[in-house]
Structure formats: C-alpha cells, structure tokens
Design a protein around this ligand. Structure first.
Ligand SMILES: Nc1ncnc2c1ncn2[C@@H]1O[C@H](COP(=O)(O)OP(=O)(O)OP(=O)(O)O)[C@@H](O)[C@H]1O
Length: 552
C-alpha cells in the first residue's frame, strides 16, 4: 500500500482508521499516522458521512481530489478513501466509469490494473476483487471465457470475440494492445458490451434507417411537387430491360433514339438519361419539333445572326443546340422535322458544329442529342419522308419503350405513385378499391401512362369519400371489359387445338392484310413483333398469307 502514488485509507463504518499509507497523509497535509475521521478537516468528515449514507462521494480538497467508496464486508462495511493528486487521473476515472462499454485494462502479462464499475454487473465481481488478478486465472474459474488476452499477445493487434460470463451474459469483447517505446505490449484495453445490447442497438438502427427512408421518400415527393420534377416508377421486366439500357448509355455521349407511342414516357426517359449521365450539372433543353412552325424551327434549333430575316431580334439569337452546350438537347417528335432542317441536323451530328441562320462562322458546341418519335421512322425512311443517313445517325442507340398494355405489371405501381402524388398535392388520403384495379389492368390504354395519370387525377378529384370505387369509373373502361368478355362467339364444337390455330391464322392474316407491317401487326395483336414474324412464317405456307407475301 505504501508504494502507491495515491493516498489510500480504510475506515471502519464508525470512522476509525483501520490503515492508511504515507501518501494519504502527505496528500491531505496531515501528520500521520491518524486514527479517526474526526482528526480530519470538517469538509472531509462531511464527505465521509455522505459516502456512508449514499455508498460513494467525491470532494475537492485544495489541489487534490478525494474519492470515498463504501465497500460491503459481510455484515458490516468499510469506507475506502482514495486521494488523487492528479486531477486528470480523477477525470479519466470518471470517464471510464461513465462509459457505456465495460472497460478492463491489464498489463502486458494479463494482470488486471483497472476495471470500470460495470464489471460487477457483467462478471458478478467487484473492482477490488478483480484488480491484481490474471485474466487467465479468471478464465479458468469461468468468470469469463474464453480469455482474449493470449490472442492479443500473440497477434499484437486489435482482436475481438464473443465471451460467456459466469453470470450467464454473452459479451462482444474487443481487445486493443498498447505498446511501449520498445514495441512490447505495455497494456491491453478490453471493451465489452452485452450482445443483447448490440442486437437492441441494431434493431433501433434499423428502425431509424426505415424512418430515414420514409422521410427521404416524403422529401423527394415534396421536392418533386414543388419543382415539378417527375419521378420514374416501373416494375415490369420490359421496363427493367429498358432502364438497364438507359443506365448503360447515360454515362456516354452516344445519341439515343427513343421510340414509343404517345404518353409512354419518352420524355421521362430522356430526362432520366441526362440526369444519370455526366452532363447533369448542365441543363437538358427539350424542344417539340412538331409543335414549332416549319419556318421557325431552323432558327429555333440553330439560332440566327443579327438581321437574318425581317422581324428577327436585332442582336441575333442563340438556338437551343447552342444553349444546351455541355448538356443535352431532347428533340421530341423528331420525325416532324422538314427535310431541309434534317440536312442541317445531320451535319451537326457529324461535325459537332453548325452555322446560325444568316451566319457564316461555324460554331462548335458539345451538346448531346437525344431524339424521340412515336412514328415508324424506318417506314418514313422508306417513304422518303425522313433521311436515311439522319436516321442511322440518330439511331446509334435505339430504345423502344413498350406501350402500357404490353407491360401491365407497371400499372399497379404507377397507380400507387400517382395516387401518392395527388394525395400530397390535394392534401387528401384517397385509396383505390381492388375491383377498380382490375378494370385498370384490363384496359388497353391507348394514351399510355399519360392517360392513366390523367384518369387517376380525375378519379381522385371527382370521387366522393375516401375510396375510389367502380361507380366513379368512366363508362368506356367498364365497356372495354364487357367487350373483352363477350369476345368470340362459338357456334360449333371443334377440337380446341384446331380452333385456336384457325383463330390465330385468321387474326394474323387479317392484321397483315391491314397493316402490311409486322410492327403494326404486333401492336394491334398486342404481342411482340418477333411473335408476329414467327406466326406469319407458320401460316404463310398456304392460303392468303402466302399470296400476300409473294405479292410483296
Ligand atoms: N415510368 C413512369 N413513371 C412515372 N411517370 C411516368 C412514367 N412514364 C411516364 N410518366 C408520366 O406520363 C406522362 C407522359 O410521359 P412523357 O411526356 O414522358 O411521354 P412521351 O412518350 O414523351 O409522350 P409524347 O409522345 O406525347 O411526347 C408524364 O406526365 C410522365 O411524368
């Protein structure tokens, strides 16, 4: 006890000094040996009595700190006084004891030099009992097993394990070596935490993450509502494939030609590609080539020099190709461009440079082009209404967005998405009944996603109550269902296989007679174009189809 740099005194509960070391007398500036608490200053005595009542007390005495601790000894108790002359040590002691983890420190040989108060809870042994013991002996006595000390000593780095304790707890323990100047282990610090606590923290973390995701979604929806920016949702395998392609083309500068019926989401896709690409710090400019009069579209695209034509801005004007420099230009309805403008666009795509209307100077820009059309461009090329060379230039990466009726798996997610947005927008909480979903799934959606979006808005706004039911549906949706159900009239009983083939042949032949184009047939029959080609081959061996194909 006399070797310690701390002052230590042990009292009986009545205040008799049972023993003390020299440092205690030194630090308290008292003549030793002292025999009773009443020989000490009043404030020290008061702290002693406070400790007796409460089990522990701290006190500052001049430059030193006193720490009283009540130690239960069978039927009586004793009070231990520890005097620190180093306030930092006292502070460290407090920090260790406040730590959420149990902290146990050994020397390089595994002899415990320090433990935090939590040890009693985890191992069922007090600080006084544990200090001075070897972790290997404690492991042998199953106070905790296995001992991590030999592993840290061997590995000489941070290691961890799961320990069991004699109190029946499971601990996650991390052992960290501390080295002296010679690179030898001088201390090992172990941090232990109950596994159930970790599991509880994990589950809390999970709950917090879920909440965070929910807030993120709400924030994104609110942002979209405020900025008008639209989110893209899809579920079908068809759209998954389209988006995989979009993810591949987004980071490169290749020109993309997006084909698809009106309202399928070609504009949405163009914005998605721009947003996911490297140009998203710059803007995407969208222009509907079909909505601008033919005599204006050239100057709109390429700009004009001052005095280029009567009525022009005196200073001249930049066109959208120039304005989108560094970003993306989305040419919607590209098939509507006149042949003259097509030539100029082709030149730009080849050289990345153009001349303004009325200008001679070539202007170089770095603008990515994404084009879209709902027309059959190869057919327009055949009819010489669209330049073949421009078609190939635009069609570097072709992308086809299927009509909604060919990807019915998207309908439910789109409905939910629009419903959430509209509920947010109109501060409502409307839901859609299951039978309404069935009608929505059956319908053929000629106006595609746009039509669906508009219908949902109409239903949300006009339906009474919190649920949209079939009574609120427009009659064309209800009638469409009955049309499908009535379908084909059976007059006679024939083998099913033969009936199916007959019907298939008739439908394929009629469709091909009408459209003379496999893509249009596929659309009318609501199957893939490859299926139409296969069926035509199958049924063309004889009959009308054979004649038709030989005529062509
Ligand atoms: N996958 C989707 N997720 C969410 N909204 C979509 C999706 N696809 C389309 N929409 C919505 O449908 C509407 C029509 O989309 P968009 O204007 O992009 O179609 P489009 O094919 O470019 O039509 P058009 O041929 O008439 O120009 C828009 O309001 C768009 O936000």
């Amino acid at each position: 006890m006399n070797d310690s740099s701390f002052g230590s005194t042990v009292f009986s509960k009545e205040g008799h000094v049972l023993c003390h070391n020299d440092a205690a007398a030194d630090l308290l500036s008292m003549e030793g040996p002292f025999t009773n608490i009443n020989q000490m200053p009043d404030d020290v005595q008061n702290t002693f009595f406070k400790c007796s009542l409460e089990g522990g007390a701290d006190h500052s005495f001049g430059a030193v700190r006193l720490h009283f601790q009540r130690v239960e000894k069978q039927k009586e108790y004793r009070v231990l006084l520890i005097v620190y002359n180093d306030p930092h040590y006292f502070e460290l002691e407090q920090i260790i004891n406040q730590s959420f983890d149990e902290i146990l420190v050994t020397d390089g040989d595994g002899v415990i030099t320090k433990v935090s108060k939590k040890c009693e809870e985890l191992y069922g042994l007090s600080e006084e009992v544990l200090i001075g013991q070897k972790t290997a002996d404690l492991a042998n006595r199953h106070v905790f097993t296995p001992s991590l000390t030999p592993v840290v000593q061997k590995e000489k780095k941070k290691v961890s394990c799961i320990q069991g304790t004699r109190t029946g707890k499971r601990l996650y323990v991390i052992g960290n070596p501390i080295f002296d100047d010679d690179g030898e282990i001088y201390r090992i610090v172990f941090n232990s935490r109950e596994v159930s606590e970790i599991e509880m923290l994990e589950s809390r973390l999970q709950q917090t993450e879920n909440l965070l995701n929910q807030y993120r979604t709400e924030l994104r929806q609110l942002r979209q509502l405020v900025s008008g920016e639209k989110e893209v949702v899809y579920q079908s395998n068809e759209m998954k494939e389209v988006f995989q392609l979009a993810a591949k083309v987004a980071p490169v500068d290749s020109t993309v030609l997006i084909a698809g019926e009106t309202g399928v989401g070609k504009g949405v896709m163009a914005r998605y590609i721009h947003q996911e690409g490297n140009r998203n710090n710059n803007k995407i400019i969208e222009i509907n080539c079909g909505a601008i009069p033919e005599n204006l579209i050239e100057s709109e695209l390429f700009g004009y020099e001052k005095g280029a034509f009567t009525g022009a801005n005196k200073a001249g004007k930049k066109g959208v190709i120039e304005l989108a420099d560094g970003g993306t230009l989305f040419l919607d309805e590209v098939a509507d461009l006149s042949l003259n403008v097509q030539v100029k666009l082709l030149q730009f795509l080849q050289d990345s440079c153009f001349r303004r209307v009325g200008g001679n100077e070539p202007i170089h820009v770095n603008t990515r082009i994404i084009a879209a059309t709902n027309q059959d461009l190869p057919q327009l090329v055949k009819e010489k209404k669209f330049r073949e060379d421009l078609f190939y230039r635009l069609n570097v990466v072709p992308m086809m967005i299927p009509p909604l009726r060919h990807r019915k798996d998207d309908i439910a997610v789109l409905v939910d998405h629009f419903l959430t947005q509209l509920n947010l927008k109109y501060q409502m909480n409307k839901r859609i009944s299951d039978d309404v979903y069935q009608y929505l799934l059956r319908y053929h959606w000629p106006g595609n996603v746009r039509e669906l979006e508009n219908l949902i808005e109409r239903l949300v706004v006009t339906c009474e109550g919190s649920k949209v039911t079939i009574e609120g549906l427009p009659t064309y949706l209800i009638d469409y269902k009955s049309h499908i159900q009535e379908g084909i009239v059976v007059k006679d009983i024939i083998p099913l296989k033969q009936a199916v083939e007959d019907l298939e042949r008739q439908l394929v032949t009629q469709a091909y007679l009408k459209y003379k184009n496999t893509y249009k047939c596929a659309e009318a029959l609501q199957v893939n174009q490859s299926t139409v080609v296969r069926k035509i081959k199958k049924y063309a061996k004889h009959g009308k189809l054979k004649n038709l194909l030989t005529e062509n």
